[in-house]
Design a binder for this molecule. Structure first.
Ligand SMILES: CCCCCCCCCCCCCCCC(=O)OC[C@@H](O)COP(=O)(O)O
Length: 322
């Protein structure tokens, strides 16, 4: 029988930081109608714990002990703590550099690639891995483009920022009021949009076209809101109007896994899991409707292929009783 490893950390840590259970032994607990649990020796407490936590039960009592996983709520608290701590220095740099950026880089295409990347990487690295696919489809750093992706979670922008591109996100106007992150978005020249306000939408499209014509890249979540059930919503036109009118490519991206890690409406938890970010081939054209359909179909097809792959992997990983 193997010793168990009890991890006190909310995330993967090197093996040497794990605490080993100090005893090993066989199950000595048994249950009788008259006596309830009999404790035959001092080891029993440990053994009951193993049986409950490892989920090993009687059938597979010879299995190695499972790791104790910290609760998603605890991981959530650690995640927010981490992202705030990791943000202090970058936020200070943003504030100090802001006057210089206003003079030398008004469209903020050069100064700010690295800061969001470092912050996002430090924030999520202890909690989940990101698998990147299609990096070769990314246009060169200084080539303006309209990026779009599906939206499932408020953590979606972290994997996107790890790409190190100075995306100008189009965000809900209320997000710009959040302390720290909202103010950073304002400093980074991101674009607020007021829901159900056509004037604000037109103004956002005008500002995006201005940015793109001056070498910046914009990022839309064209569903306009997070998917609550994992299904891809309808795409709004704004992103594709910007691309069609300015002649820059649309780069569709598919994000997989963020919705399971922090589902919409459950912003206090960080479940374990991993994220996959797929960057698709650029789409070009001057008809916004065609761009919209092509981008949505690309993401929709990819989501269904990935869901199928996951299902197949789950089925083949299930132990069968012979
Ligand atoms: C602190 C130093 C940090 C430096 C880098 C900061 C970069 C921050 C980039 C943040 C990008 C945020 C994009 C938000 C887009 C947005 O606004 O999405 C809205 C949805 O989610 C919520 O809508 P809903 O699902 O309807 O509630």
């Amino acid at each position: 029988m193997q010793l168990s490893t009890l991890s006190l950390f909310p995330f993967s840590v090197p093996k040497f930081l794990h605490i080993k259970a100090s005893r090993e032994g066989e199950s000595r607990c048994y249950f009788t109608l008259n006596q309830g649990f009999n404790r035959s020796n001092k080891l029993s407490r440990y053994i009951v714990t193993r049986s409950q936590l490892g989920g090993t039960g009687i059938l597979d009592a010879t299995n190695s002990l499972s790791e104790i996983k910290p609760s998603p709520k605890f991981r959530g608290v650690c995640f927010y703590g981490m992202t705030v701590m990791a943000g202090v220095l970058p936020f200070g740099i943003l504030i100090v550099a802001h006057p210089l950026a206003l003079i030398f880089d008004p469209y903020k295409t050069k100064f700010y690639n690295l800061i969001p990347k470092l912050w996002a990487t430090a924030s999520i690295a202890p909690f989940f891995d990101i698998e990147l696919e299609g990096l070769e489809n990314l246009p060169p750093q200084n080539a303006p483009a309209v990026y779009v992706s599906n939206h499932q979670s408020i953590i979606d922008f972290y994997p996107l920022l790890t790409l190190g591109r100075s995306f100008k996100f189009i965000g809900k106007n209320t997000v710009f009021l959040y302390p720290g992150i909202g103010w950073a978005m304002y400093i980074l020249g991101m674009i607020p949009v007021k829901r159900m306000d056509i004037r604000s939408h037109l103004e956002a499209v005008r500002r995006c076209m201005d940015l793109v014509r001056n070498g910046a890249s914009v990022f839309f979540f064209p569903e306009g809101t997070r998917s609550k059930d994992g299904k891809l919503g309808d795409f709004k036109k704004g992103a594709f109007t910007v691309a069609a009118k300015t002649g820059v490519p649309v780069i569709p991206m598919t994000l997989i896994g963020t919705g399971e890690i922090m589902p919409a409406g459950m912003e206090h938890v960080v479940n374990s899991g991993s994220v996959k970010l797929i960057i698709h081939k650029p789409i070009k054209g001057n008809d916004p409707e065609i761009l919209r359909l092509l981008a949505r179909n690309t993401i929709l097809d990819t989501l269904s292929i990935e869901a199928q792959k996951k299902k197949t992997a789950l089925i083949s990983s299930k132990p069968s009783i012979i």
